[in-house]
Design a protein around this ligand. Structure first.
Ligand code: COA
Length: 159
């Protein structure tokens, strides 16, 4: 995993993080999952959640669901003042290591066509465009780019 900038730490998310996760999700996407949805995900063995902390506050998160050998990353977000210092990449790299070690062979995600930052982040990690879902998003409307990363080689040990 790339080194985190000084003062930042990365750890698994837990039930105590629900308020912080909702706040960052609202900040990044203008809406968030309910606390109950988070509770279900954070207690599901198929769901992996990672958070980045700075001075005791959660400033970023990533989630992934793993079913058999297929992982899906529904969400990754970094609070605005902390962007462009490598946290999004560090979270994603760690998440990819984690799902791979738990058996993922492929990772899928959707991203807005107009979300240049996220598309570049994913492309830099090796994700490739699989298909385009016209008008997949609303408010504002946008096409969804379905991206996929395929892992080669043997499954490494859980990090
Ligand atoms: C997308 C997001 C998670 C990136 O997080 P970040 O911590 O700022 O990203 P990093 O600093 O790790 O940058 C990694 C790479 O992503 C790309 N990138 C990130 N922000 C970018 C921007 N504003 N413009 C262009 N490329 C960008 C670059 O390729 C960058 O590598 P580089 O710094 O070597 O050029 C962040 O912008 C965010 O939270 N956005 C709002 C929520 C969101 O859109 N999530 C994704 C939904 S699919």
């Amino acid at each position: 995993m790339p080194a985190l900038p000084d003062g930042f730490t990365l750890r698994p998310g837990g039930l105590d993080d629900i308020d912080a996760l909702q706040a960052i999700e609202r900040h990044c996407f203008r809406a968030s999952q309910s606390a109950e949805q988070y509770r279900r995900e954070l207690t599901s063995p198929q769901c992996h959640t990672l958070v980045v902390e700075f001075q005791g506050h959660v400033v970023g998160y990533a989630m992934a669901n793993l079913v058999l050998d297929e992982a899906h990353v529904p969400s990754v977000g970094i609070a605005e003042p902390y962007r462009r210092v490598g946290l999004g990449r560090a979270l994603m790299v760690r998440m990819l290591e984690l799902v791979r070690a738990h058996g993922a062979r492929h990772v899928y995600l959707e991203v807005r066509r107009t979300n240049r930052a996220a598309r570049r982040l994913y492309e830099g990690l090796g994700f490739e465009l699989l298909s385009i879902r016209r008008d997949y998003y609303w408010d504002p409307p946008d096409d969804g780019m379905v991206m996929r990363l395929a892992f080669d080689g043997p499954t490494p040990a859980v990090p």
